[in-house]
Design a protein around this ligand. Structure first.
Ligand code: HEC
Length: 142
């Protein structure tokens, strides 16, 4: 009986110590949760532990064909395989460098400069696309 009486306050004290020790930890956890509202906002799509997290946006390859159709196709008919408002580009005798510069810098009052729309790498891809154009074959991305 005597032992029990001595032990009880000790147990209570330990419990208090543990409770206090837990307070800053719990508070820190609350702060972390509050700082991540986006994560708690999408509970249904929680990533599975055995799957690597998906990138926000897949690295995208520049879609030359689609760009050509939408932007250049207005003047360079049939992906540049036929003359339109602009000249036919397929089988052009121009050098790659000439084409690159025409696309990048344009031609006053005839064709816009696309240097602010496309990077140099993009323009090189466009030139490759033009070089690969063939009659009767569906144009392909380079
Ligand atoms: C508003 C009409 C128009 C649009 C849009 C246009 N072009 Fe042109 N493009 C022309 C004209 C006109 C020429 C001929 C310019 C000249 O007199 O040298 C030309 C010339 C070119 C040439 C040089 C061909 C040659 O033999 O001289 C290339 C390459 C070219 N365009 C590519 C493109 C690409 C790629 C796009 C889209 C990113 C594009 N063009 C958009 C009208 C256009």
């Amino acid at each position: 009986m005597k032992t029990h009486r001595l032990l009880s306050p000790f147990v209570m004290a330990s419990t208090l110590v543990l409770a206090f020790a837990g307070v800053p930890h719990a508070a820190a956890e609350d702060t972390t949760d509050a700082a991540k509202p986006a994560e708690s906002a999408k509970p249904a799509e929680a990533p599975k532990a055995d799957e690597p997290p998906k990138p926000v946006a897949a690295p995208k390859h520049f879609d030359v064909k689609n760009n050509f159709r939408n932007i250049c196709g207005f003047c360079h008919a049939d992906y540049g395989r036929k003359p339109g408002k602009g000249p036919q580009l397929m089988n052009s005798e121009r050098t790659d460098e000439f084409m690159f510069n025409r696309i990048k810098k344009g031609m006053p009052s005839r064709m816009a400069a696309f240097g602010s729309v496309y990077s140099d790498d993009d323009i090189h891809e466009i030139v490759k696309f033009i070089r690969n154009l063939k009659d009767g074959e569906e144009p392909q991305n380079p």
